[in-house]
Design a protein around this ligand. Structure first.
Ligand SMILES: Nc1ncnc2c1ncn2[C@@H]1O[C@H](COP(=O)(O)OP(=O)(O)O)[C@@H](O)[C@H]1O
Ligand SMILES: [Mg+2]
Length: 351
């Protein structure tokens, strides 16, 4: 069977992951490589351009572009599929309907990341594409995405749940012993209804997922370890901290990123621009505003360039820079154009 390449696009929220994942997909498909991009919450116009406005998990063949497919991560649908796969039918039905389960699936960042991971693994296993590109959920920065399979196994099989539900399954009696404690009964009375009984049921059901989920999680982990990973950031401190955390904290050699992409960079030429000292025929106040603007953005562009230089010196990882476009790319040609506008980008994304 042919090997499917996986490209993982990670980074903090709002830095341009979805845009760059889609751009990588367009360029990959244009090179004749059959490519699926799994996007997370694309801006509406970008979603429309890919033909995935509101469609959810199922990959669609992108119109007007040979070899390009797109899907949108639908965390709720993915978790329903995960549960259906790993639990007995009756337990699966109960879990899917349980509000606690929904809360975990919808709000727990590792659960979102894990859903994306299993989704990715399904598409890779199908062997239908040469390359699968994975955009990562905004709730998890970089490192948390790759740690999510372990975190999910740990959540479901870990000490907390074992302690709560007893060592064996079913350990219902042990749990009910806990919930029979007067304080907990009081909580039930105060909160109204059979809350703890619901929780007990839920935790027990959740534990039955453990065997299936943990073995699938190791497969997802293996795929992530073998994936090409690129980290997207801007030169701002917050997203850059996420990249540093990824590079500093990841277990050695577990997952070396192929590149760090500095997106939305101010043009380097701004850094050296000297404002004219006087301009004839222009209103004094307007000129002062323009002048100050140029000075301020020039300083910012130099600061960004310094930040990139310092980063590149501190970490041995290829760095690519993508310019801030005046209008963000929202269609397929615009995405291809973004790659053309950044000389190192195609190599950073696709090798
Ligand atoms: N190089 C760029 N130039 C201008 N706008 C950009 C660029 N890259 C991304 N954007 C815009 O920035 C916003 C955030 O990008 P997005 O890809 O949704 O980020 P993320 O997926 O990391 O949250 C979007 O409006 C997008 O169009
Ligand atoms: Mg996004």
């Amino acid at each position: 069977m042919k090997r499917t390449e996986v490209l993982l696009v990670a980074g903090a929220g709002g830095v341009g992951k979805t845009t760059l994942a889609a751009a990588a997909a367009v360029v990959s498909a244009d090179a004749g490589v059959s490519t699926l991009v799994i996007t997370v919450d694309p801006a509406r116009r970008l979603g429309d351009a890919l033909g995935i406005g509101g469609l959810g998990n199922r990959p669609v063949d992108v119109a007007d572009r040979a070899q390009l497919w797109a899907a949108m991560l639908d965390v709720t649908a993915s978790w329903e599929a995960i549960v259906t796969r790993h639990a007995e039918p009756e337990v699966a039905r109960r879990l899917v309907a349980n509000p606690y389960f929904r809360a975990i699936a919808d709000r727990f960042p590792a659960a979102q990341a894990y859903a994306a991971g299993e989704q990715m693994a399904d598409y890779v296993d199908s062997g239908a594409w040469d390359r699968v590109i994975v955009d990562t959920p905004p709730s998890v920065g970089g490192i948390d995405f790759v740690l999510a399979p372990g975190a999910m196994s740990e959540l479901i099989g870990g000490r907390l749940l074992t302690w709560l539900t007893g060592a064996g399954i079913p350990g219902r009696r042990a749990l009910y012993r806990i919930t029979a404690k007067p304080m907990l009964r009081l909580a039930d009375t105060v909160l109204g209804g059979p809350l703890l009984e619901d929780i007990a049921e839920f935790l027990l059901d959740l534990r039955t997922l453990y065997d299936g989920l943990s073995s699938r999680a190791s497969e997802v982990e293996r795929l992530l370890r073998n994936a090409r990973t690129v980290l997207v950031t801007t030169a701002s401190p917050t997203p850059l901290r996420e990249v540093r955390r990824f590079l500093d904290e990841l277990p050695a050699a577990a997952l070396e990123p192929a590149a760090v992409i500095f997106n939305r960079a101010l043009p380097a030429s701004w850094g050296g621009a000297t404002p004219p000292t006087d301009v004839d025929g222009i209103d004094r106040a307007a000129w002062t505003a323009l002048h100050d603007n140029l000075v301020r953005w020039g300083a910012e562009a130099r600061h960004e360039a310094d930040t990139r230089r310092q980063f590149a010196a501190a970490y041995r990882v290829p760095v690519a820079t993508v310019p801030l476009l005046t209008s963000p790319p929202t269609d397929l040609d615009g995405l291809a154009g973004l790659v053309d506008a950044a000389p190192d980008l195609a190599r950073a994304l696709l090798g």
